[in-house]
Design a binder for this molecule. Structure first.
Ligand code: ATP
Length: 199
């Protein structure tokens, strides 16, 4: 699986449709301060399902839509598409190339598409689950997150390490199973009480 390209159209400072091709050997994006490097990283997080405006340096999700400049009017829609070469089927899909698109309109309407087909956010999340990518992974790390890791409490750091190591998922499953077991035990006790009353 390899990242092939990213298209930004009306996303943050990218008012004009812009496509970045990630050719083999490309290792970085450079540019003057304020030229939009972080906006590119945020577009990657956003198209993979990021739900927190705060993680994208905004107050509300509509802040990702181009909000105008000296010579351009604000736009009504932000669109980001990301294309992966999936010929090794690393992502859980039969497609050998996958283009994921997210759109957001100022009236709050939003759309997710996989290869042009409308899907739910859950489908996007499922696609990236166990891939090391996706909105809750650490494959895309912002400057603020690095600071938070260094300054965080040991317990918070442990939780990050558990997420990276893939243990967090099992802990979550264990908690859910324990809750279910507790409910089943309560039901069993109630049944035993009824049996005791009847005998
Ligand atoms: P630095 O090197 O200083 O970290 P950078 O290259 O990472 O900068 P970004 O932080 O990606 O730059 O881009 C910041 C620019 O994006 C600012 O000029 C800001 O006004 C602009 N910007 C952010 N959101 C929007 C928006 N919704 N509409 C228009 N411009 C926006």
């Amino acid at each position: 699986m390899r990242l092939l390209s990213l298209t930004l159209d009306g996303f943050k400072s990218f008012a004009q449709k812009t496509t970045i091709k990630f050719k083999p050997g490309m290792t970085g994006i450079v540019g003057p301060n304020g030229s939009g490097k972080s906006n590119i990283i945020e577009a990657i997080r956003w198209v993979m399902g990021e739900q927190s405006a705060h993680q994208l340096r905004g107050d509300k999700m509509a802040d990702v839509i181009f909000n105008g400049s000296n010579d351009r009017k604000p736009l009504n829609r932000a669109l980001v598409s990301i294309t992966f070469d999936n010929s090794d089927h690393y992502l859980a899909s039969d497609f050998t190339e996958l283009t994921i698109t997210r759109k957001l309109y100022r009236n709050g309407d939003s759309e997710y598409l996989v290869n042009g087909q409308e899907v739910r956010l859950k489908d996007i999340t499922d696609l990236f689950i166990d891939s090391g990518l996706g909105r809750e992974s650490f494959s895309v790390i912002s400057q603020g997150q690095i600071e938070a890791i260094f300054n965080g409490k040991p317990a918070d750091r442990r939780s990050i390490i558990e997420t990276v190591a893939g243990v967090a998922k099992y802990k979550k499953n264990k908690d859910t199973a324990e809750k279910r077991l507790g409910l089943t035990m309560d039901n069993l006790n109630r049944v035993n009480d009824i049996i005791a009353e009847l005998t």
